[in-house]
Design a protein around this ligand. Structure first.
Ligand SMILES: Nc1nc2c(c(=O)[nH]1)N[C@H]1C(S)=C(S)[C@@H](COP(=O)(O)OP(=O)(O)OC[C@H]3O[C@@H](n4cnc5c(N)ncnc54)[C@H](O)[C@@H]3O)O[C@H]1N2
Ligand code: MOO
Length: 584
């Protein structure tokens, strides 16, 4: 649905002398009408009078349903004349008002002057020399949405990448099958032995052994499996030397384990093999130790389903080879670009020289990029490292464009919040023509998490602008980015999110108005079998990267409710998202 825009001309002259004196109002109206994303909701002309402006704006703000007004653009009344009163219109009314008619009169383009949100103000920031104060946003223009809403949005936008053919082998790990897999032949194709031993015709052996009187076993002649014709005239029962996995010689139907035999004599063949053994079994059942043809897979049987995730456990890769599948159709795995933003950031390698040369150095070592890279590569994704971009629109845009050209999904950290140097949101919207699906989430840590899609030649790219605080960046990575990566990689919906388990918490955990993810170490209880314990990693401030050190779980604390409990008490059970292996 297009955004409904109302244009308000604030001018004594136009109000008193007539519409022909209004130059900017009609120009703005025309631009709105011509833009495919906007719809003209209303226009009005009011004098330079606070009450008149307030009343009109309040009227528009109050409208609902079909008549609703999403944005109000005012033109005029923003100067310094005595009667230039627009900036005094109270905040609560003006939150959705964009004062930029004047910009257009100065020759701005439609794109510049109809930005979707107030974040446009930061659009013109070229470096961090912009001072705090008047230029700084006082309220985020992004609504705070719930965690569930945010997760649903990410799920909906994370559509599987195209299908490609990949040869069967270890590199298939973490891919998702885009075809059903069938066995092309019976497996095993013939009767084979499960054990090292001697193949025998069971009935022949059983008949002969019954004739014995001493019960101390029966001496048999050993033939190599390939010498089946040897000694047909010999009356002694023949057994055939055979090793695990080998095919049974024709006519044989059971296998005696080597452990159920004794060496009868030291007579040996030319190649040093035994020639006579004593079999200690009183009876050999037909089919004993024999793997029947097709008992592992029947020809034409479906052995793997489309949508199967080829795990790193080895089972799926092995099965594909086992059924003779040389290459498979899979969804392309996403490539991920990572970018750190912030003037204060330095690479770890360059820190020493800075530390020794200056006591006053206030730089911050870029830990987010190495952290994200290690976890991404652990999940099996190819990473494109975009480095550190300082707080300038141009440099950040340059890095983002490189990321868009080389990857399917871009992760940035820093610059998502309310500072003058927090450029990511305006950059995405105004320079990259992207759509910000959300810019604030009611969660802790991770409130300013931003998710957008940006158009590129080869399709939309996903962008996660994660908060700069290290713990926030990693927590939001596990909660939002992992499901998005899996969605792009074609994982079935029900497997995209990291698993949750019930855990018993080891200390009181206070509730916050925002849902919170408390970092913990999950391990099985030694005292209570079947119970998983969650041990806190200590201070949970989002700047404390150590809160994720060793953590393999995120206890999901519900938001604090009026009149409800203010904490999860020690010993109570809570849900935890597993972000690593359970510790023994
Ligand atoms: N007025 C407000 N201020 C803040 C709000 C708010 O709602 N209103 N939200 C706070 C929350 S919550 C978070 S989280 C942070 C997120 O801020 P940004 O995403 O804009 O991140 P920066 O300001 O750039 O950095 C925050 C912090 O993290 C350090 N940092 C950044 N990048 C890295 C990196 N690659 N490696 C290590 N450390 C990094 C940075 O130096 C800052 O100390 O905003 C709050 N503010
Ligand atoms: O939400 Mo911020 O991510 O608290 O640290």
């Amino acid at each position: 649905m297009p955004f409904r825009v109302a244009v308000l001309t604030i001018s004594d002259t136009t109000f008193h002398k007539g519409p022909e004196y209004d130059l900017s109002g009609p120009l703005l109206t025309k631009n709105v009408e011509q833009h495919p994303d906007y719809e003209l909701a209303d226009t009005a002309v009011v004098p330079d009078d606070l009450e008149a402006i307030q009343s009109k704006v309040a009227d528009w703000v109050a409208r609902r349903g079909e008549c609703k007004v999403d944005w109000i653009i005012t033109t005029g009344g923003t100067g310094f004349g005595k009667r230039d009163v627009t900036p005094q219109v109270p905040d609560q009314v003006m939150t959705s008002v964009i004062i930029h008619g004047l910009l257009q009169l100065q020759g701005g383009t439609g794109g510049d002057i109809h930005p979707p949100r107030e974040s446009v103000r930061q659009n013109n920031v070229d470096d961090v020399t912009v001072s705090a104060g008047l230029s700084r946003l006082r309220k985020s223009p992004f609504p705070m949405i719930s965690l569930q809403e945010a997760l649903d949005i990410v799920d909906a936008q994370s559509k599987p990448l195209p299908i490609e053919t990949v040869p069967t082998g270890h590199m298939l790990k973490n891919y998702v099958l885009a075809e059903d897999i069938f066995a092309s032949a019976d497996l095993p194709p013939t009767r084979t032995t499960n054990v090292d031993g001697y193949a025998v015709v069971a009935d022949e052996y059983n008949r002969a052994v019954q004739k014995l009187t001493d019960g101390a076993g029966m001496t048999v002649r050993v033939v190599r499996a390939k010498d089946t014709s040897d000694g047909a005239a010999n009356e002694q029962v023949a057994v055939y030397r055979i090793n695990t996995g080998g095919p049974l010689p024709a006519g044989t139907d059971a296998v005696i384990m080597v452990e159920d035999t004794e060496l009868e004599s030291s007579k040996s063949s030319e190649d040093g093999q035994e020639l006579e053994i004593r079999v200690l079994m009183k009876q050999v059942p037909v089919g004993d130790n024999v793997r029947q043809p097709g008992s592992d897979a029947k020809q034409g049987e479906q052995v793997l389903d489309k949508g199967t995730v080829i795990g790193s456990g080895g089972g799926e890769v092995g099965l594909l080879g086992f059924v003779g599948k040389r290459e498979v159709l899979v969804h392309r795995r996403p490539r991920v670009a990572i970018l750190s933003t912030g003037n204060e950031l330095v690479e770890l390698e360059s820190r020493n020289s800075i530390l020794t040369s200056s006591d006053t150095w206030t730089g911050v070592v870029d830990t987010n990029r190495p952290s994200l890279r290690s976890t991404l590569e652990g999940f099996g994704y190819e990473v494109i490292d975009l480095g550190i971009a300082p707080d300038t629109m141009d440099l950040q845009e340059q890095a983002m464009r490189k990321g868009m050209a080389e990857s399917d999904i871009i992760l940035t950290t820093g610059g998502t919040s309310m500072g003058e140097a927090d450029l990511l949101k305006p950059l995405i919207e105004h320079r990259l023509g992207g759509t910000i699906h959300f810019g604030r989430v009611a969660m802790k840590p991770g409130k300013p998490t931003t998710f957008a899609t940006v158009p590129a030649i080869d399709g939309d790219k996903l962008v996660f602008a994660l908060p700069g605080n290290p713990a926030s960046a990693l927590v939001t990575f596990y909660l939002f980015v992992v499901p998005a990566l899996r969605g792009l990689g074609g994982w079935p919906k029900e497997r995209r999110h990291l698993a949750r388990v019930g855990v018993q918490v080891d200390c009181d955990m206070k509730l916050d108005p925002r849902e919170e993810f408390h970092r913990v170490i999950v391990s099985p209880s030694k005292e209570q079998p079947g119970v998983l314990l969650a041990m806190t990693t200590g201070g949970q401030r989002s700047s404390r990267v150590a809160s994720l050190c060793g953590a393999n779980g995120l206890v999901h604390l519900p938001s604090l409710q009026k009149g409800g409990a203010d904490r999860i008490k020690k010993g109570e059970i809570a849900q935890a998202v597993l972000i690593g292996e359970i510790r023994p």
